[in-house]
Design a protein. Sequence first.
Length: 274
Amino acid sequence: MNIDTNHNSRWDRRYLIKFGPANAKGVQTYRVIWQHGDRRTTIATGRTGRSSWNDSVGSFAGVRSDPFFFDLLGFLGSVKGEGTRRLGDGKQSDFFAGLNTLAIVIEVPNSQLGGSGRNIGVWGTTMDPRGIRIDQMGRPAINTVFNPAADKVAFNKTSPFRQPTALGGKFRTNVVNTLAAFSALDSEGAYSATQTAALADILLPDELRYDVGSVAAGPLNGRGLSNDVIDAELNIVTGGFPFAGRNATGAIPSDGVGPHSDYLTRFPYLGPAH
């Protein structure tokens, strides 16, 4: 979990979560390591499936209820022409309701993130046992929506500070082209070239920006579990960004599904596994 505190899209602090081998019952031990510059400190240890507290740091790794909510079948029908479902067709369904996910949850003091009031960028990376990066995400669904299948692996392997210019600007071009295509669905017409360029500069690099100490308000200031980030992104992508002369409603302002009811008010915040 990478933290950028000085707006250069490079991590200067990060949390490394390292897992040991599974025992006969499938339980693994893990360590949470806080790295600030070249200094590494183990700040939490635990076993999968249970919460652990070490001083002011909470950690959990294991199976929990998937917190994500999204009409995936409607999205696939609208974007890829798969099946008969379409977003906004009145038949919305939350594909993720009832599913579980493998979760890593950590709770840390604001001081480790640069202190309250500091604006930071956050993104997660997953490495295989060889140290090769196999997944990366900052804001929700950037790679999913804007890059075609042929570019997704390359995007996952490209550090945020390189994303706007990598491969001759290919990822940025993907964002611009997708915004132009989807915004054309709006009754006001497609975004202008200047507008798609301005939005591309917000969406790349793919970092989740957050004002430390504030209440999360995704997708532009952190991301709370119940924040309807998909509605926000659908609206923006389909023409709803309030540029001068445009209203704030896109062609598809919502997927019609809302937050789950099993979030917890206490650590680890995700509902128990189904």
